[in-house]
Design a protein around this ligand. Structure first.
Ligand code: GRG
Length: 294
């Protein structure tokens, strides 16, 4: 299977599973909350995090189907973070994944609840994983909680809020991004390994190195796209960082240095998994992100 075929096949498994998990017991009289959650979750998106979960599971010799609940749980957490990030009290955005943001399509309170609902559904979904020993399921739930929590993505968002309208150092920016964006990407790599039953220190170190390097490269490219991308292709508003006077990788390092850094970090990510059978897909995925346009 080529890279493109594998990617397409994985997304074709992830999307219906995600929709199915979000269609459980839709409530009479409160269907609107399921509608809002699905509006954002099923709006497309690259599905990068769940695809990485499945790929790392295969890399570790596991059955990717068994990792699917964790892949979907991670995508639910990611979607919740986008809904809340777009709220008027946060980034106040009108456009996401090429559509009006959740609070624009519904209303603010519904968007808050849709985010909360997705975050909660993620843990229900992970806990419902079948065909795996309970200690593996538990380990995956812990990875999800740590990555999404206050020592993870939430902590990163708090640093991000404190970084508006002032210049921060490169070290501060790296910490902010490693929590805000890096934690979920790193969790994707770890989840795949653990779901495959590989949780030895060496395997997890390999997964974390790949996740950390890829996460940083991904965020630098994201900052670059806020400058050189276009709203239609990205599906979200560009030029937001400059407007809110945020320190970003391009503002601290310049575009050329960013381009160089993305390439170096991608090489380092690739190096971490090189030589392993089944690594070709992840290598190509990492390379494809270096010049992504959305
Ligand atoms: C509780 C009100 C409240 C807010 C919490 C959790 C949170 C706010 C913010 C999370 C931080 C966040 C949104 C980081 C962005 C990371 C990022 C680069 C997202 C874009 O990811 P892509 O490009 O998106 O993979 P698609 O749409 O392709 O899935």
């Amino acid at each position: 299977m080529t890279f493109a075929e594998r990617l397409e096949a994985d997304i074709a498994v992830i999307e219906p599973a995600l929709e199915k998990y979000l269609s459980r017991e839709t409530g009479e009289g409160y269907d609107r909350i399921f509608e809002a959650a699905k509006y954002s979750a099923m709006a497309g998106g690259k599905r990068l995090r769940p695809v990485i979960v499945l790929a790392f599971c295969r890399l570790c010799g596991g059955d990717a189907q068994k990792a699917l609940p964790f892949a979907c749980a991670l995508e639910m957490i990611h979607t919740y973070s986008l809904i809340h990030d777009d709220l008027p009290c946060m980034d106040n955005d009108d456009l996401r994944r090429g559509r009006p943001t959740c609070h624009k399509a519904f209303d603010e309170a519904t968007a808050v609840l849709a985010g909360d609902g997705l975050l909660t559904a993620a843990f229900e979904t992970a806990a419902s994983a079948e065909g795996l020993p309970p200690e593996i399921v538990l380990a995956c739930i812990r990875i999800l909680g740590q990555a999404a929590g206050m020592n993870g993505m939430i902590g990163g968002q708090v640093l991000d809020m404190g970084a508006e309208h002032r210049k921060i150092s490169l070290d501060e920016l790296r910490l902010l991004q490693s929590l805000k964006t890096g934690c979920l990407l790193r969790a994707a790599c770890e989840l795949g390994c653990v779901a495959a039953g590989k949780n030895d220190a060496q395997t997890l170190e390999m997964a974390r190195t790949f996740g950390d390097k890829l996460g940083l490269a991904f965020q630098i490219r994201d900052d670059m796209l806020d400058i050189e991308g276009d709203t239609a292709t990205l599906g979200k508003t560009v030029g937001k960082d400059e407007k809110s006077e945020k320190s970003t990788f391009p503002s601290l390092l310049g575009m050329e240095e960013c381009r160089r850094l993305v390439a170096t970090l991608t090489d380092e990510a690739v190096q971490a998994i090189s030589g392993r059978p089944e690594s070709a897909f992840l290598v190509e995925l990492a390379r494809s992100l270096t010049n992504r346009t959305n």
